[in-house]
Design a protein around this ligand. Structure first.
Ligand SMILES: C[S@@+](CC[C@H](N)C(=O)[O-])C[C@H]1O[C@@H](n2cnc3c(N)ncnc32)[C@H](O)[C@@H]1O
Length: 232
């Protein structure tokens, strides 16, 4: 019961934050954990939300120097892929986002670090070449699975935080299997309080994935965050 109350309180707090940002989001430039980035107006900002930090801190090591192919869904401003690509040898990477401003933003930050502008507009895997397979597929997805679709349908920034009934995440798990190499893995960021890890595990299991492994945990701005690995 207490946990349910705290879930609702968190979700309300996050919704208010997204609504405020959706109305007065503006371009930001700065150093995020060692990476010089621009965050365009209307794009999920690692300067305002706590989840990107655990990704940037841990992904380069999790992906490792030997991985050759990496796909990030929902890249936002692109700093996760930037961190992975700059810390790897010769990585073949691709990123996507459903938000056109996020696609432009990621390509801008990649170009500013002399990396190829390989972010494409796509709803999950819709526009990703089905012939290409990836060793690691990563998403820091919208954590909240609540609220009616009509509440957020019109606002791209709110799509960064809210995925009613986990429709997009369900689509991700239904399709990701065919995008992985043999022995490939999925890494997801989520939060036990704001997200629903039990439901995510269930969706993954229904799509053939084994019990996942927690690879990293962090409390940031009072939010519990984790990186979770899923294998077939
Ligand atoms: C929590 S934000 C994470 C952004 C960035 N990866 C980061 O860690 O800072 C989630 C991102 O997923 C994107 N997104 C939401 N639904 C999507 C979908 N169906 N397909 C692709 N991207 C989606 C959002 O636009 C947003 O950029």
């Amino acid at each position: 019961m207490d946990k349910e109350i705290s879930n609702q309180a968190w979700r309300q707090k996050i919704l208010s934050k997204f609504e405020k940002l959706a109305s007065d989001s503006k371009e930001q430039k700065g150093n995020f954990m060692g990476y010089r980035i621009t965050v365009l107006e209307g794009v999920f900002s690692p300067f305002d939300f706590p989840s990107t930090a655990i990704c940037v801190e841990n992904l380069p090591e999790i992906v490792g120097p030997d991985v050759e192919s990496f796909l990030e869904i929902g890249a936002g401003c692109g700093v996760n892929t930037l961190a992975v690509a700059l810390n790897s040898g010769n990585l073949n990477f691709l990123c996507t986002d459903i938000n056109p401003k996020a696609v432009a933003n990621t390509n801008l930050n990649l170009a500013n670090h002399n990396l190829p502008q390989k972010c494409i507009l796509s709803d999950v895997f819709d526009e990703v070449n089905p012939d290409l397979k990836y060793q690691v597929i990563f998403w820091n997805p919208p954590f909240n699975n609540v609220f009616a679709k009509s509440d957020i349908a019109s606002d791209m920034l709110l799509k960064a935080g809210f995925d009613p009934d986990y429709a997009a995440l369900r689509k991700f798990f239904e399709q990701v299997k065919s995008r992985l190499t043999v022995n490939g893995k999925v890494i997801l960021c989520t939060s036990r309080v704001v997200g629903d890890l039990l439901l995510i595990k269930l969706i993954a299991k229904q799509n053939g994935f084994k019990e996942p492994k927690i690879l990293a945990e962090q409390v940031n701005q009072g939010m519990d965050l984790c990186l979770v690995e899923f294998k077939l």
